[in-house]
Design a protein around this ligand. Structure first.
Ligand code: R1P
Length: 308
């Protein structure tokens, strides 16, 4: 593949270096997931899919799709007549950064992005329940702490960032639509913690390494009493939405003349609880198959309900 522009590499067709998409292939409304298999399952809810003749795990033939050489999968179609895309990004804050920046670079006008992920629950949310976090902070391993220098004796092993907020309208709409699909008692509100590792910075005990994380859950709850979930991407989505630059003049105004949003990206997220970290329960395959499509439809309903 031959690329131009070392600052923001694109190929001769205008495809971005990692996500691999070009202008015209991605909708302004995007649902993002980690697992490509989840993206393909959710694509079955898009318009015009021939469910009888599309085997599970197969991308429906009527939809646009592009699998990049770096593991991103983009699927674009319509939901209730409105253009939407699904992008599977893999795992972690770097992949979320690639995804948000490269998608933003090839889409004109304002964007809505909602992540549907899986997570660990630190609250009473049970496996199979849905959490809709109104904000997220970052849990980062403090690498210097582990250097073994005496001048780090007072440092903490994990750095906890400030909270970055989701778009309030998207969060409210997600809660409403998730409750309609799954019932009020299976939908939870609170704050998410995004960790820079599945293991050490999510408080998992691994005797093969020094992680100094035995007290991490207590520290998280002291930092933010409403800490509800742990996963690995949402903070970066909320952070980049907040730091996205102003939409071109006119696009950020609502009809009564009041400014709606200064940012060109509005973001929200929701997670299915796969791991209950207090009881140590893990979701069954049957529950994933039951919850995933319903949660996906609630996200699509929200994506098309919120005005750009
Ligand atoms: C870890 O198993 C992965 O699952 C969660 C975490 O954030 C991490 O990416 O989300 P996804 O199910 O979206 O991948």
């Amino acid at each position: 593949m031959s690329m131009t522009n070392a600052n923001f590499p694109m190929d001769a067709e205008g495809r971005t270096y990692h996500v691999g998409i070009k202008r015209g292939e991605l909708a302004n409304r995007v649902l993002t997931v980690g697992d490509p298999a989840r993206a393909i399952t959710l694509a079955r809810s898009l318009d015009g899919v021939d469910l009888e003749n599309t085997p599970a795990k197969t991308i429906p033939a009527n939809l646009f799709s592009y699998a990049s050489h770096r593991g991103f999968l983009t699927i674009t179609g319509t939901y209730k007549g409105v253009p939407v895309s699904i992008v599977a990004i893999g795992m972690g804050i770097s992949m979320m950064d690639f995804f948000v920046r490269e998608c933003r670079a090839v889409v004109d006008g304002p964007m809505l992005i909602i992540r549907l992920g899986s997570c660990g629950s630190l609250s009473d949310a049970a496996v199979g329940d849905i959490c809709v976090p109104s904000g997220s902070y970052l849990v980062q391993r403090n690498y210097d702490f582990f250097a073994g220098d005496s001048d780090n004796a007072s440092a903490k092993p994990y750095h906890l960032s400030k909270i970055f907020q989701a778009d309030p309208e998207i969060t409210k709409t997600l809660v409403k639509n998730m409750s309609a699909k799954l019932g009020d008692n299976h939908v939870w509100s609170g704050v998410n913690a995004t960790a820079d590792s599945f293991y050490s910075s999510q408080g998992r005990q691994d005797l093969n390494f020094v992680d100094a994380n035995q007290d991490l859950f207590t520290e998280l709850v002291e930092h933010e009493p409403n800490t509800m979930t742990l996963e690995m991407e949402t903070f970066t989505l909320y952070h980049l939405a907040k730091t996205s630059t102003t939409a071109p003049l006119g696009q950020s105004q609502v009809s009564n003349g009041e400014s709606k949003s200064k940012n060109s990206i509005r973001a929200g997220a929701c997670m299915m609880v796969f791991a209950q970290r207090k009881t140590n329960a893990f979701i069954t395959k049957e529950d994933v198959v039951r919850v995933e499509p319903l949660a996906g439809q609630a996200v699509f309903d929200s994506l098309v309900e919120v005005q750009l």
